[in-house]
Ligand binder design. Sequence first.
Ligand code: ADP
Ligand code: MG
Length: 322
Amino acid sequence: MDEFDFIDTIKQKSYNQPTLLKGIGDDGAVFQQTAKDIVTVVDTFVEGVHFTRKTIPPSLIGYRCLAANISDIAAMGAKLAFYLVSIVIPNSWTHEEMVEIFGGMKKLASKYHIDLIGGDTVSGSELTISITVIGYVQNGKSRYRSLAKPKDIVFVTGTLGDAQAGLYILMNPGNYKNKEYFIKRHQQPSPRVEFAQGLTRIDRLVFNDISDGIVSEAREISQASKVDIMLHENKLPVSKYFKQFPIHLQSEWKLYGGEDFELLGTVAREDWPKVQQVAERLKLQVTEIGEVLKPSQRGQVYLKENNQIKLVNKSGYIHFRK
Ligand code: ADP
Ligand code: MG
C-alpha cells in the first residue's frame, strides 16, 4: 500500500466543524476565522521514549497521544476543533498497525467532534507521532498560568499517581487490586474537557494539566503568576487501592509522577462553589489541595506535610523552612 492509499484510509468521510473549508487533500487545510481566539498545541510521542510496544497496544498509542494534546486544549479553556498528525513510520510497523493507531485517535476525536484536517507521512527509524490540535476560546477567556492571585483556592480534579501505578503494574506483572483500573489510567487517560468547558462562566480561572506531576505543574503556575503556593500533602487525592503500593512509590507518584492528565487549577474563593457544582454534575472528584499565598518574584511552592513546611522544587525537597 502506498502513501496515497494510506492517507485515503485515514481520511474522514465527512467533517464536523462548520468553520472548515478544506480538509485533507490539498497542499494545506483551510478554516475560517471566527470572532474567537485560536489556541494551538502540539505534542510529540517517540517510540522507546514515550511508549514501547510492551506497555501499550497500537490502538491506544494514537489514543494516548491525542489525549495528551486534548488535555492541553482543555487546560487552556478552549473548545476542540481540528487536529493534524505528522507521523514517522519505520519498516518494523505494519500497515495494519498504522491503521490501528489512527483508529484509536479517531475514536477519541469523534467523541469530541474534532476533525483530522491534515498531516504528513514519512518513513524513518523510530515510530514518531506528532499531533497538533487547534481549538477556539472566547476572547479573553484563555486559562493562562499567569492568572493566579493571592488567596485563590488551589484544586485538582480526579486522583493523582494512578497513571504511574498503571505503568508500574505493566512493568512489574503480579497480583494487584484494581489492576485494570490502574492500567487504563496509564493507557487511556481521560482529559477533563467537559469539566473545563463547564466552567466558562467563571471569569478568572487558572488551569494547568498534569503531564509532569503536581509539584512541577504548581511551580509552573507559581512562577508564571509570581506568587507562592502552598500544597497540603494530606489533602492530595488518591484512588481506592493506591495504598497497596510501596509507600515511597506512592509519595513519588502522587507528587512527581506525571501523565494523569488531571487539571490543577486556582480560583477565587467566591467562585469555588461553582467549580464544585460543575464537578458534582459531571460526577468528577474535585479536591481543594492548597492555597495561593503572597505575591513573590521567585514563585515558590511549599508542601505542608505533618506540620512541617518544606520548600519543593521540580525534582524534590530542597530544604526545611520550619
Ligand atoms: P504535500 O505533498 O502537498 O505536502 P502530502 O502528499 O504529504 O501533501 O499529503 C496529501 C494530503 O494528505 C494533505 O492534505 C495532507 O495534509 C494529508 N496527510 C498526509 N499525511 C497525513 C497524516 N499522517 N495524517 C493526516 N493527513 C495527512
Ligand atoms: Mg503539495
